[in-house]
Design a protein around this ligand. Structure first.
Ligand SMILES: [Zn+2]
Length: 183
């Protein structure tokens, strides 16, 4: 009995005190962050197991060193939606459709190329321009022109809205780049 008592007390108090946590990149909010670490071979499980972690953290989305911001809870569909949207902005031809409005098209191919680069590199998401943290809307200024980009989620047939934007197998993403005055 004297041995059991402290164990019971610890087990009972732990869930209340320690919520699950997960790290995000403090710059871009992506959950695709990786610690530098050593792994050692475990003959028993026949797999590499974590032996040590080091200070360096890499963000796959920023493509460089990152600092971590810890959130409570578990990574959710918002994080998945955000990562899919970031992927579309950075490589629009491969992960969705791209719509350039008539107003932007009229500015010429050079401006379109510059605008695509600006949209891909945009990372100034704040609580006011990105309240849902989905990275689905933003404003960039290219050669003095104010442009908006937005991302919409349609079903695979492009007939209705996607019922789950976090699931790429049922979603066609559309990135639209427009003049601010066309919004
Ligand atoms: Zn990042």
């Amino acid at each position: 009995m004297s041995i059991d008592t402290p164990d019971v007390a610890t087990a009972a108090s732990k869930p209340d005190e320690k919520q699950p946590e997960y790290p995000l990149c403090s710059t871009c909010g992506s959950h695709r962050v990786y610690h530098d670490a050593w792994a050692s071979w475990d003959p028993a499980t026949q797999d590499w197991v974590l032996a040590a972690t080091f200070d360096y953290v890499h963000c796959d989305n920023c493509g460089g060193e990152a600092s971590l911001e810890w959130k409570q809870g578990t990574p959710d569909r918002i994080a998945q939606i955000r990562d899919l949207n970031d992927a579309l902005r950075r490589n629009s031809s491969r992960t969705g459709n791209l719509v350039i409005t008539a107003g932007v098209t009229a500015e010429g191919e050079a401006l379109i190329a510059t605008a695509l680069k600006a949209v891909a590199e945009f990372d100034v998401f704040t609580k006011s321009n990105d309240p849902h943290q989905e990275h689905d809307f933003g404003a960039v200024t290219v050669e003095g022109l104010k442009l908006f980009f937005k991302i919409d989620y349609f079903d695979k047939a492009m007939e209705a809205l996607s019922h789950d934007p976090a699931d790429p197998s049922v979603t066609t993403r559309v990135l639209t780049i427009m003049l601010a005055e066309e919004y």
